[in-house]
Design a protein. Structure first.
Length: 267
């Protein structure tokens, strides 16, 4: 009898201990939103536009440059192909306690203009991504609730162990969805699957990180890298896939890439 009581008490203590050390939805999302970012990055991205029948309608090549200074990141997308969008360039500049700045250079108009806040729910250069999708939301932008602590899902041919978390925007202004369901992996803290819903609980689109891995930069630091990303419009059936073709981290990179002058000239 004493052994049984001891075993019962030990199990209860283990359960309480596990509960005490389990990560909350807020803890998890704070880590996910604040993953280590390299000081500099240079990537060649391949973007495929895919119709509802699964056919690639356009294949794009994009040079991407990233820069982090004092914890603030800036990113440039430079479209190199096809000819119809060649030399289109976009700058995203993070701000402290303010909304990010976004600028676009349109070669047909030969001018750079700011992307207004109201425009950021629109398509990112004709893809299924929006301008909002191309930036990681800040942790404090949403309220986070744990839906399931133990989800197993096959993503990219691999069974992943995930947390299922609901994130609701604190302010709905200029956000194209009512809430998202995020599936965060327990190794990298990456949102391997994100589902976007409207106020009627209708699934609008979903995004999947099909392939990810740790890559080592010139500094010796390791970074979790999204190697293949797919976003699916669940209303129209259209898709966009973005794959990393080449990448380097923490190599010297000129600040000039992150200026409106470089957007105008590409030099």
């Amino acid at each position: 009898m004493k052994k049984i009581k001891f075993f019962t008490l030990a199990c209860a203590a283990l359960t309480i201990s596990s509960a005490m050390f389990a990560e909350s939805a807020s803890d998890i999302m704070k880590k996910s939103c604040n993953l280590e970012v390299p000081d500099t990055s240079q990537c060649v991205l391949l973007m495929d536009l895919i119709d509802k029948n699964g056919n690639v309608t356009e294949h794009r090549i994009i040079n991407q440059y990233g820069n982090k200074k004092n914890g603030i990141t800036s990113t440039v997308f430079d479209f190199r192909a096809p000819a119809g969008i060649k030399d289109t360039r976009i700058l995203q500049a993070e701000k402290v306690s303010k909304e990010d700045d976004k600028y676009i250079f349109l070669p047909s108009l030969k001018t750079t203009r700011r992307i207004a806040t109201a425009e950021r729910t629109k398509s990112f250069v004709g893809s299924e991504y929006t301008y909002n999708d191309m930036t990681i939301r800040k942790f404090e932008d949403d309220e986070h609730t744990m839906l399931d602590e133990n989800v197993t899902m096959n993503i990219g041919g691999k069974n992943e162990s995930l947390w299922k978390i609901k994130s609701v925007p604190v302010a709905y202004k200029n956000v194209e969805y009512a809430y998202v369901i995020q599936f965060i992996d327990k190794e990298f803290y990456l949102p391997l699957r994100v589902e976007y819903y409207d106020k009627n609980n209708k699934l609008l689109k979903h995004r999947v990180i099909e392939k990810h891995q740790y890559l080592t930069g010139e500094s010796g630091k390791k970074y979790a890298m999204r190697m293949s990303n797919l976003i699916v419009n669940d209303v129209t059936g259209r898709q966009t896939r973005v794959m990393v073709d080449k990448v380097s981290f923490d190599k010297p990179l000129s600040d000039r890439y992150f200026t409106q002058n470089w957007l105008n000239t590409g030099k």
